[in-house]
Structures are given as structure tokens and as C-alpha cells.
Design a protein around this ligand. Structure first.
Ligand code: IPD
Ligand code: CA
Ligand code: CA
Length: 264
């Protein structure tokens, strides 16, 4: 029987080690190392090596588990357990010398995420949770904010940069939020946005066209910290549905209505 708590601690250690590797490469990576996977989707040897290290070690933790990994290191499919990995969330930041990026690892058992770890490398902040647990930041319990007014809320999002399907509605919503909240942040790592939700730094996060590896770990941690996670319809299809809202329960009705108005 797997102890998710002990396994989570092992994953925390591994993410920290991989984070140190990424940080060491920050000053070594050059423009010519950058490859473009598709419009504005960048990658370098750092993402790929980090993912190889994660996969090699995670495979030892649960030999029968499969992987859903951004850089495609393994296409093994697990019957029950699958690791969902973003080795470097915030690649564009990393390659431009902007300090916010993270390592993100989740474990899915059947259809449910049961472990989430997000390590924000440059702040040395490791966020994690496992099934049934509280959420933690470097060993201390964290909780979402309980702000009940949008006017007191700090909003996080990711501006569209390749999928412009909802562009008009998206910017209409931003106009509304610019006038009616404390402000809007775009920090460039969805995993970090979600764990900042978890610890109450942000009150709302929303974005579309994200992949499972961007959100699995961070959304699970935010959920364990008290956030509601849903898709733009207010339903539960956020892991593979490519649209996500993370919100504290007090703001849910008000914000969900805005999302439905502008983004559906
Ligand atoms: C990206 C980041 C970013 C989000 C993008 C993601 P990557 O992940 O999470 O905040 O806006 O949509 O693709 O490419 O740096 O792993
Ligand atoms: Ca990502
Ligand atoms: Ca990535």
C-alpha cells in the first residue's frame, strides 16, 4: 500500500534537486539553445534534461506508473497511476532572465490527482499536498484567502499568446477587472499562479489553453488549501479541459458569473 504522505516527501526532495539544476543552468543557457516547438512555445536542453531526471527518479518510486510529461520523455501509460510533469513551468521567463519559474509534478490515481508538488525555484518555496492532507509551503500549513469582495482582490491570469479564440471576451473581462479589483498580475507560470492562490497571495486565477501539466499539481494544492477549481462553465473539467478558474469560495458566484458572461 503506497503511503502518499511519504511519497510526497520524496517528490518534494526530487523537485528541489531538479530546481537546483535548473537554477545552475540559468547563467549558462544561450539564445542558440532556444528551440521553438510552436508559436511562442519555447524549450531548451534545460527543460528536457530536467524532465529526464524527473522521469528517471519517479519511475523508481512507482515502477508501474505512466507519464504525461510536457517534453515527451516517456509515453508510458499507467493503468492506475500516472505522473503529470511540467519540468519547467515558466520557460519564457527562464529564457528571458525573469525569475519566476517552477518545477511541477502531480500524481494521478485513476481520474483523481492525489499528490501535487510545485517548487518555485528562485524563492526556494516548495508547495505540496497529498490526498486528504492540508496544503503546505516549506512545512507550514497554507490556506486560501477569505476575501469576499472583488474590490479587495488581486487577480492572476495568463494573457493569450497563441490561442486567440476568446480574445475579445477576455479583454472585456480584463477591462471590468481593471476597474473593479486591486489589480491584475501575469507572472508567467500557471503552476506558481495556482500555488499563490493556495497561500492567499492571489484571490482569483483564470486562464485558457493550458495543458494538464500546467495545472495538475498547482490546482490540486489550491484545492487542498480551500480553493474552488472549475472550468469556465462552472463544472469540473479543468484538468484536461484547457480552461481553469481557481477562486476562493466567497468570490465564486460573483466571479463565475463574470467568466460565464465574457468567456463562454
Ligand atoms: C506556460 C506558463 C504560462 C502560461 C502558459 C504555459 P511553460 O508554461 O504556465 O504561465 O501562460 O500558457 O504554457 O510553457 O512555461 O511550461
Ligand atoms: Ca507549463
Ligand atoms: Ca514547461
Amino acid at each position: 500500500m503506497i503511503s502518499l504522505e511519504l511519497l510526497c516527501q520524496d517528490v518534494v526532495e526530487l523537485c528541489r534537486e531538479v530546481g537546483i539544476f535548473i537554477k545552475m543552468e540559468e547563467s549558462k543557457v544561450h539564445r542558440e539553445d532556444i528551440e521553438t516547438k510552436s508559436k511562442n512555445s519555447l524549450v531548451s536542453y534545460v527543460d528536457k534534461t530536467a524532465e529526464q531526471r524527473l522521469v528517471a527518479n519517479l519511475a523508481k518510486f512507482i515502477p508501474e506508473a505512466g507519464f504525461i510529461a510536457e517534453e515527451g520523455t516517456s509515453d508510458k501509460v499507467g493503468d492506475v497511476y500516472n505522473w503529470i510533469i511540467d519540468p519547467l513551468d515558466g520557460t519564457t521567463n527562464f529564457l528571458h532572465g525573469v525569475p519566476t519559474y517552477s518545477v511541477s509534478v502531480a500524481l494521478k490515481r485513476n481520474d483523481e490527482v492525489v499528490i501535487g508538488v510545485v517548487y518555485e525555484v528562485n524563492r526556494d518555496e516548495c508547495f505540496y499536498a497529498w490526498e486528504g492532507s492540508d496544503a503546505f509551503l516549506n512545512g507550514n500549513k497554507i490556506e486560501t484567502n477569505s476575501t469576499s469582495n472583488l474590490s479587495d482582490s488581486l487577480i492572476a491570469t495568463g494573457f493569450p499568446y497563441y490561442d486567440y479564440t476568446h480574445l475579445d471576451g477576455y479583454f472585456e473581462l480584463l477591462k471590468n477587472l481593471a476597474k473593479n479589483t486591486r489589480g491584475i498580475r501575469r507572472i508567467g507560470s500557471a503552476a506558481v499562479d495556482l500555488v499563490y492562490m493556495a497561500c492567499g497571495r492571489f484571490d482569483v486565477f483564470f486562464e485558457y489553453s493550458l495543458h494538464a501539466w500546467d495545472v495538475a499539481a498547482g490546482a490540486f494544492i489550491a484545492q487542498q488549501a480551500g480553493a474552488v477549481i472549475e472550468d469556465f462553465k462552472g463544472e469540473g473539467n479543468w484538468l484536461f479541459g484547457k480552461e481553469i478558474v481557481a477562486i476562493n469560495p466567497q468570490l465564486r458566484v460573483e466571479f463565475s458569473n463574470l467568466i460565464k458572461k465574457h468567456l463562454n
